[in-house]
Design a protein around this ligand. Structure first.
Ligand code: FRU
Length: 491
């Protein structure tokens, strides 16, 4: 990797694989993340995109269609097997989305405490050009019977609960049994919305059945909710250590190198008391005698240690996927970023990619990057992961001017690119197709499915495929199956 004049070199990462049970945790270092700024153009006019074009999602038009008139839609996932193939069921494509009622009197930014997993379906095998502009998804309603998920919090104090992201496994393509893995949330808040006690985040399993006839898709089950993992404060930070801890978004898979073993990746934080100033020279990752290196003391003096994301790993201890054990994190981002969300393991051509989403506003002091998808590649599920693209980690960012302050999705900086928050919560599907939701485009709030885009992967580099769709933008919510499950019993 060649350096950029005036910037430090990225950390050397071998991509070497370790045993999944090993305690080795790869680091996304400050030296790595610094490469984003190094490749950002300081001379663009204010509010343009300063990032390398081939790593930027094309502009989403401001006249995007709503996915549904009655519910906001954000984090979305598909019906997958242990290899992340996505299935249609008896001729219907199905997606699972965090949803919130548009007509309930609270705003889009209040959606998180009202989140319910909803499902949508549409006929499989129709090209995007022959579907309605919004993708033609039919809303099926909530997946989980009202209140059923509250059993996980029995005997604890809470004022409101929510269902946050996860994944859906089709347990066997010849049956209709499905397993939901999601984040069961309980908040204990006063009337002003402040925490009385820290929120509870519990990675939870619930089993159900999918059904379809000629007219629609529906689900049964999801009445029993089994708590799988609560952060232990040893490998993964908990609420007692940091009321702002992140612990959520389970994604399960099988590793072809360990047939029959099921793993889960999830979003976590490095364990320990919030505010402990203990980032190390390894977290910074500078090469010996790099003239542009920061010292540990310099970094700690900025408060960068408040940001300590990690990507967690757990292993299933039974074949029904109802008992899991924590393993040490796969990647940490100490003094780099506080959130590595919705991680997924993507195995292609013998390489193991971890994709995760992150925000500009969760970066630590002194490092910067856009909202979007970050990628890391190695030779096994636990590796000395190489951050993609110049060693930076950036794979697919929103159009952003890193020379201007971020602003927020709900309160824009007028000098910032009006699409810096156009999309979020990307999920990489088979063939490098990427779905996400629209947040804010030119001040218009979304809560709708984004146009699908396509990323081409070549080892530790990637580009947005501008030959896909219309200059790189596919259909809105074009989330297609690459496998078909046919279950005659369910008919
Ligand atoms: C990403 C995310 C997820 C979480 C959900 C809550 O958009 O932060 O990590 O499950 O949103 O709304």
């Amino acid at each position: 990797l060649n350096g950029v004049p005036g910037f430090p070199l990225p950390t050397v990462h071998s991509q070497k694989a370790y045993d999944p049970q090993d305690s080795f945790t790869a680091k996304w270092t400050r030296a790595d993340a610094m490469q984003i700024k190094a490749h950002s153009d300081t001379s663009v006019a204010a509010g343009q995109n300063s990032l390398p074009q081939q790593l930027v999602m094309p502009d989403v038009p401001a006249d995007f269609p709503a996915t549904n008139p009655d519910v906001w839609v954000w984090d979305t996932w598909t019906l997958i097997d242990k290899k992340a193939n996505q299935f249609s069921y008896n001729g219907w494509e199905v997606i699972f989305c965090l949803t919130a009622d548009k007509n309930a009197g609270y705003g889009f930014d209040d959606r998180h405490t009202h989140a319910r997993i909803g499902y949508f379906y549409r006929r499989a095998g129709v090209p995007a050009s022959r579907r309605p502009a919004n993708g033609g998804w039919i809303y099926g309603g909530h997946l989980i019977p009202e209140g059923a998920q509250e059993q996980v919090f029995a005997g604890t104090d809470y004022t409101i609960t929510a269902e946050w992201s996860g994944s859906m496994r089709l347990l066997d393509p010849t049956s209709n049994k499905v397993s939901l893995f999601y984040t069961d949330m309980a908040f204990n808040r006063n009337a002003a919305g402040q925490d009385i006690t820290p929120s509870q985040a519990v990675i939870t399993q619930s089993l159900g059945q999918i059904h379809a006839d000629f007219n629609h898709v529906w689900f049964t089950g999801f009445t029993t909710h089994t708590p799988l993992l609560r952060p232990d404060g040893v490998l993964y930070q908990n609420g007692a250590q940091n009321p702002y801890y992140n612990f959520r978004d389970p994604f399960t898979f099988e590793d072809p190198q360990h047939p029959g073993v099921n793993y889960m990746v999830f979003e976590g934080n490095t364990a320990g008391q919030r505010g402990t100033a203990d980032c190390t020279a390894e977290d910074l990752g500078y090469r010996t005698n790099d003239p542009h290196a920061e010292t540990v003391q310099q970094v700690l003096s900025t408060g960068a240690y408040y940001q300590k994301a990690n990507i967690g790993l757990a292993v299933a201890e039974d074949s029904s996927l109802s008992k899991w054990k924590f393993l040490p994190p796969l990647i940490s981002a100490n003094c780099v970023n506080d959130q590595t969300e919705r991680p997924q393991m993507y195995i292609k051509d013998g390489k193991y990619y971890i994709f995760t989403i992150s925000h500009r506003t969760t970066y630590a002091a002194g490092v910067d990057g856009p909202d979007g998808v970050y990628g890391f590649v190695g030779n096994g599920i636990r590796s000395d992961f190489q951050p993609m693209n110049y060693g930076s980690g950036l794979m697919l960012g929103n159009p952003t001017d890193l020379n201007e302050a971020a602003g927020t999705d709900y309160d824009a900086n007028p000098n910032q690119n009006p699409r810096a928050f156009q999309s979020y919560s990307h999920y990489v599907m088979p063939d490098g197709l990427v779905e996400s939701f629209i947040d804010t485009v030119e001040g218009r709030r979304g809560g709708a499915l984004s146009p699908t885009v396509k990323v081409r992967l070549r080892g530790d580099a990637s580009v947005v495929d501008t030959r896909y769709g219309n200059n790189g933008l596919g259909g809105y919510g074009d989330i297609s199956a690459n496998r078909a499950a046919i279950n005659v019993v369910g008919f």
